[in-house]
Write a protein that binds this ligand. Sequence first.
Ligand code: ARG
Length: 672
Amino acid sequence: MNVLKTIADRFAKALEAIGVEPDQYLDLIRPSQDVKFGDFQANFAMPLGKKLGKAPRDVAADVVARLDYSDFLETPEIAGPGFINLRVKTDYLASLVQKEAADDRLGVEKVEKPRKIVLDYSAPNVAKPLHVGHIRSTMIGNSLARILRFLGNDVVADNHLGDWGTQFGMIIYGYRNFLDPNAYEQSPVDELARLYRLTRQLVDYQGAKKGVGELEKQVVAAKDALEAQKGRCAEAKARDDAEKNKETKDALKKANKERDRLVKALESAQEKYDGAKGKIDAVESNPELVKLAQGRETIAVDVLNETSKLHHGDEANLALWRQFMPQCLAEVDKIYKRLDVQFDETLGESFYNDRLGPLVERLKSEGIARETEGAVGIFFEDQDVPMLIQKSDGAYLYATTDLATLEYRRDRFRPDAILYVVDFRQSHHFEQLFEAAKFIGMEGVELTHVKFGAVLGDDGRPFKTRAGDAVGLKSLLDEAELRALAIVEANDAARDAEGKFSEEEKRETAKRVGIGALVYADLSQNRESDYVFSYDKMLAMNGNTATYMQYAYARVRSIFARGGIDVDVLRREFADGTKTLSLGTPEERALAFELTNFQSALETVSRDYRPNFLTAYLYVLANKYSSFFEKCPVLKAEDEDVKASRLLLCDLTSRTIAKGLELLGIQTVERM
Ligand code: ARG
């Protein structure tokens, strides 16, 4: 149920009755910022008055005179220059909430026109361990899948695994050169991860050694340029101090601006140099690594060759790939299990390998792609760079696979939309891909890059380990659970003997609380912003956190336990009309009103694929609940009817929180 929609429908009729095309004005009916102005406010009288050449207050009065409202709204109030304040009748609100409570879907209606949506998320490169960034794609995608589905859409969750890229060249090379057979036997995945990191480190080392001289020169040049510019700034300043006119002022400003640019340029040159130096030092301070690096000057090319051999069907490399894949998949599956994430399809890049050659040939013969300097690309109007789909050495690219994937999805799923939940750094790739899609008959299919920002460490830089690697996701989950366990144990210590948790309960609760905290912290951000990772913040008992939400839920449930209330009986009595919900205080009314906004929150999420609108809603709801709980005794209410009404509000609040968390991919706990 969506009260706002009912209001908009009624206003549409009223506007039509005065001869106005309503669409653009309906967006100006919104929830009020302050209950003083009612529950909703219609703010269209000003633009409409302008258009009709009438006083906005008169326009507002005209519309209200034709508005059919009395079954659910109090008499609308026209305020100030023509705002229309709308207040839902409390009886009506109570009946809505009662209906919501009687519904398994909590009153959330399915969309009128369900869409077929392919959702591409998680998609890690499986030859290396998942890192912190993967929580973003995985959990944003997972919650969107759940929400879009709950709203009635047909969602295909497809995990487009990176199971065919250069990383496999790395582990194949590592396996051939650095394998520790005992370690591999003990734990293949850990050994493969080690081989990946080691090979990668040596590739980076050789690259850094080749490049560091040039980088050092660039730092020197940047320093010189900056010094020279500082001189110019001083001159410009002296001239301006002496002459103080527009020209000298502008010149000074310009000189300073250039200086600031050069400061940045120096910083960035220095950073690149430091990075290369760090990679060199890491190897050269370790005699073992020095030994391994010796005689491997060409390691970068050798690794690429391993990948290329794999792609060209080399039997030995294919056999290794087949040997590694199950291990890699088992590892990511463990993480998915902990996060409670599922997919309908797992069609990785390797699945499309056989389609790439024919695709490129066809695009060439249809004139969609053409050769450029030995490579093949798709060219776009008003863009200088083509999208390359084949390199001059014959290799295919990320974009080639994505084009093949698009065609496959189009033919197999006939989707209305394909959504890609991928890091913002791939924006350019997706812009090009979506342009190219126009050439292959994808009109009418919505293609959206659901992009997200980075996870940062305390220092405001991408969250890295001390060794400079991205932080592993597994270690994050472990740590979050460990910290949650400390909270659970502290709570448990305060409980009396008969109420204490078993070890199993402690572990399960810590898991839900720890992982929930991590997931909620991620989803509660505007997905396009970067955010700073902090265990303390995400596990805080107060504020917009999963912990607060889970706690609110558990607190409500405990009322039922304490009062010995049979919740099924309660629900039944309200569902069959034996009891009627009453909303006697402002706090009860405010909570009830918020409960009716659940659907609208979910619709807002689905409009622009932003789960943070759901976390924001839950937070407001939990706060309204707190105010209610402070002011309105529940078990000690003045009479049985009020008590029952309040219990129903409690029950519905906890169900809405639980459902909201579930749609975010987070579990609740009965006690904490
Ligand atoms: N495997 C890619 C990466 O880790 C992400 C793939 C996203 N999906 C896609 N269809 N391109 O960067």
